[in-house]
Every structure is written in C-alpha cells, then in structure tokens.
Design a protein around this ligand. Structure first.
Ligand SMILES: C[S@@+](CC[C@H](N)C(=O)[O-])C[C@H]1O[C@@H](n2cnc3c(N)ncnc32)[C@H](O)[C@@H]1O
Length: 258
C-alpha cells in the first residue's frame, strides 16, 4: 500500500466533505446508475472515504448488507457520523488489495479506484470478489483531470515530473473487458469547477487529500518559491473574466455485469 495515500486522506478526513464538491456530484450520478440494476443482498463499497456514496447506498438499499471499506480509519470515522447510515453496514478498514471476502452481488465505488495501482491488478481482484451475474458500478477520475495544474507545474518546474498519471477511460474499459466483465454503460464526463483564486484552489485540493499519490507527486517536491510561482502562473493562465480561476475534472462512469 502506498502509505502516503493513506496518510494524506487521514489528514484530510475532517476537511474533505467541505471541499468535495465534485465527488459529491459524482456520487449522486453513481447512485442514479444503480436504478437500472437489481437490488443486491451483499454490497461492497471500495474506498468509501467519508461516506459520500455510502450514505446514498444506505438510503437506496436499506436492507442490503453493505461492507464499506477504506484504508483510512480517519475517513471511516467521519463516514460513521452520517445519520443516513443503515443498520446493516459493516465498516472495514483495509486495503482493497488485501481484502479477502468473495461473493458480493454488487460492488460499487466512487472517485477512489484511480488511487489503487496498478489498475490491472485492482480490477482483477475486484472481479474475483464478485458473484457470477453480479454488478459493478463505479466512477473513476481520468487522465487530464486538473490538467491546468499540471500545465502550470510543468512551466514552473519542468524537471520535477509527476511519478505517474491517471488512467485513460479506454484503458479502464479495456482492462475490465479483459477481466471478463460485460460493460453495460460507459460515459466520460468533464466538469469545470470555479475557485476564487489559485491559492483557494490549492487549499481545496489539499483539504480533499488529493495532493498525494504518484499522480501528483514527484520524487522532488516543489520548493516554497516554486509553489509561489505556480500560484502566480495559475492565477494568470487559468482565470475567468471575473478574476476567479477554473480547474477541470474528468470522470469515467461505468456499470458492468460479471
Ligand atoms: C477521493 S476519496 C473518495 C471517497 C468517497 N468514495 C467519495 O466519493 O467521496 C478516495 C478514498 O479511497 C481510499 N483509498 C485509496 N486507496 C485505497 C486502497 N488501496 N484501499 C482502500 N481504500 C483506498 C482513500 O483512503 C480515500 O478515502
């Protein structure tokens, strides 16, 4: 497990919900997608975090046994506070890469699977946890999410390249098909979010825990001066006519059957 991912999300646990505008919108769409699927008996949610999707799953499936899994105990502690949780929820602090349970007739996940690397192994494992005929419904962040930030970063510190990158949607679908899933629905979406300034934007993604992981980190972190230059670059290059700035998120939505 990349311990920096667990640490980042644990640190962000109490601030996450205030800043997770995109993730909340995305969880709403994932719940909408479940309407085309039969209600499950035993559902696994991967990377439940503070429970953006969990509380919606509990409302939608009040009698289903829901295993809500996250590697961060602090994120789970926040999720447990929701008044919408059902009686049948089981909180599991674990890395999805080591979770052993099988036989789920539905597996759901929102804005989390892009953190699990390598994606091929992750999907192979999830596939193995599903009952034959079971359903998978998920959203995943895609390549070119926060492309403005990456562009500013490369201008300011071209020698400090990120260690990894987010997946392309076509690759996600190819991996899933290779595992054996029948894809029932797939759609990429693009959302432009407005922030008062580059400084507010950076604070917000930090408060969401999103500054961790190989996708946004290089071996050599930015210095304070580079960070200040990045903020200035972002404020100039990615601004709206009213002086606010924007950031683009790309999300892939998928439902599939085993
Ligand atoms: C961006 S948050 C999304 C949380 C929630 N699903 C939502 O929509 O707001 C990603 C979550 O995935 C969890 N996570 C990352 N890698 C994981 C892994 N390998 N196993 C389990 N959880 C993981 C993180 O701890 C974090 O809570």
């Amino acid at each position: 497990m990349n311990t920096s991912i667990k640490k980042r999300f644990s640190t962000a646990a109490t601030t996450y919900d205030r800043h997770a505008t995109v993730q909340s919108m995305v969880a709403e769409k994932v719940i909408g997608l479940t309407q085309a699927l039969p209600a499950p008996y035993h559902l696994l949610e991967i990377g439940c975090g503070t429970g953006q999707l969990t509380k919606r799953l509990c409302e939608r499936y009040p009698t289903t046994t829901i295993d809500a899994l996250d590697v961060s105990g602090s994120m789970l502690d926040q999720a447990k506070l929701s008044p919408n949780n059902s009686q049948n929820i089981r909180w599991i602090q674990a890395d999805i890469k080591t979770h052993e349970h099988v036989g789920y007739d539905m597996i759901a996940s929102s804005s989390a699977l892009h953190w699990v690397e390598p994606l091929e192994d992750c999907f192979q494992r999830i596939y193995g946890m599903q009952q034959d005929g079971g359903f998978f419904v998920a959203s995943i962040m895609l390549r070119h999410t926060l492309e403005e930030l990456h562009a500013s970063r490369i201008r300011v510190a071209p020698h400090k390249k990120p260690l990894g990158q987010l997946p392309l949607f076509e690759d996600v679908l190819k991996i899933m098909t290779t595992c054996g899933w029948e894809i029932l629905y797939d759609e990429p979406e693009k959302h432009k979010i407005v922030y008062p300034s580059a400084h507010d934007f950076l604070q917000s993604i930090h408060a969401q825990g999103s500054t961790g992981g190989s996708v946004s980190q290089s071996d050599d972190p930015l210095t304070r001066q580079e960070l200040n230059r990045l903020i200035a670059d972002y404020d100039t290059t990615h601004k709206n006519s009213d002086g606010t700035v924007y950031a683009t998120y790309r999300i892939g939505f998928v439902t599939a059957k085993k």
